[in-house]
Design a protein around this ligand. Structure first.
Ligand SMILES: [Zn+2]
Ligand SMILES: [Zn+2]
Length: 342
């Protein structure tokens, strides 16, 4: 089968891999669309993400939708459009026993080397991690259900999103989903910040009350000014940078909460201890999602959450290099970029 292989830094090309074959309990999917996550662009541009690097060409991508090619005796019907949870838990460790499958100590993750990712024509995956999507959903947009799950999980981790004044720092796909979820969960007012004007326009359309362009405007000064110096109750860090985390800590009120979703390019934070301690802040970190697929799919089916606005560009697999470059550079209004197959 044809597959997209990353050979080195900023070097992604079409290559060959042996055809995938389903093992026991696995279903065989024909890949239709894979969207490029920030973690993929870190791997593309820096050769590592969160300290994980690779040797030898590997297949990137974990946000994937396809159709069932061979049900292989599982519950999934042939021809059904599906999405995949890229994480497979062991169901044997202490974390799994407590229902925290996403924190499994033996987690297998699609596209974390040496496990090949999803940018290949065929994918065999455990049927229990494969979910049917409604017919109303465009299969090219469907991979966005994965980042939507992250937003659903992040807002569910926050202790009190209802009636909160919220800031979402970073308006990529997960930021825009987080803002919508915060609204669904009853946030009273939402500030959204990002350096890119198109992303702020999207944030406004999707329910942000106030948008602040980082660069021309100072997000900290602006949010403090607009809250009369009080600060916000709850902040989501979705930009993946140390500066953004600092901004979150600077705009949250005493006894407030900062939920960190973003992945910083350098695997380290520097924080001012006294400023955290004296204000008794809660700092929460998010590890993807935990069993949120059914809920996320239902929100999309009902039309409560739209996937379309987050998918800005589509490239056929032959043009994967261009797709990665665009996703990395975030120009031309790019939010999520899809690579399509077949
Ligand atoms: Zn992702
Ligand atoms: Zn486990």
């Amino acid at each position: 089968m044809r597959a997209i292989l990353q050979y080195g830094i900023r070097d992604v090309r079409l290559g060959e891999r042996p055809d995938s074959r389903p093992g026991p309990g696995e279903v065989l999917l024909r890949t239709r669309s894979v969207t490029i996550c920030a973690s993929d662009t870190h791997m593309f541009a820096e050769g590592n993400v969160g300290g994980v690097s690779w040797d030898g060409p590997f297949v990137p991508g974990h946000e994937v939708a396809g159709v069932v090619e061979d049900p292989n005796g599982t519950h999934l019907p042939a021809g059904a459009a599906v999405v995949v949870d890229p994480a497979v838990a062991c169901h044997n460790c202490d974390m799994c026993a407590e229902g925290m499958f996403h924190l499994c100590r033996n987690l297998k993750f699609c596209d974390l080397p040496p496990v090949d990712g999803a940018m290949r024509e065929l994918l065999a995956w455990p049927a229990e991690r494969v979910f049917e999507v409604p017919e109303s959903v465009d299969v090219v947009e469907a991979p966005l259900i994965e980042p939507l799950c992250v937003a659903v999980h992040a807002v569910e981790l926050a202790s009190r999103p209802a009636d909160a004044v919220v800031a979402v720092v970073g308006c990529g796909a997960i930021g825009l989903f987080t803002l919508q979820m915060a609204k669904v969960r009853g946030a009273k007012k939402i500030f959204a910040t990002d350096p890119i004007p198109e992303r702020l326009e999207a944030a406004r359309r999707l329910g942000a009350d106030e948008t602040i362009q980082v660069g021309p405007q100072d997000p900290v000064a602006e949010i403090l000014r607009q809250t009369g110096g009080r600060g916000v109750d709850l902040v989501f860090e979705v930009a993946g940078s140390t500066e953004a985390l600092q901004q979150c800590l600077d705009v949250v009120r005493p006894a407030g909460e900062v939920v960190v979703i973003g992945i910083p390019p350098v695997d380290e934070y520097q924080l001012v201890a006294s400023s955290l301690r004296r204000r008794e802040l809660t700092l929460r970190f998010v590890r993807r999602q935990n069993e949120n697929y059914p809920e996320a799919i239902e929100l999309v089916r009902q039309g409560t959450i739209q996937l379309g606005p987050m998918l800005t560009h589509r490239f056929p697999m032959e043009r994967a290099q261009e797709a990665f470059e665009l996703a990395e550079r975030k120009v031309d209004g790019a939010v999520r970029v899809a690579v399509t197959f077949g």
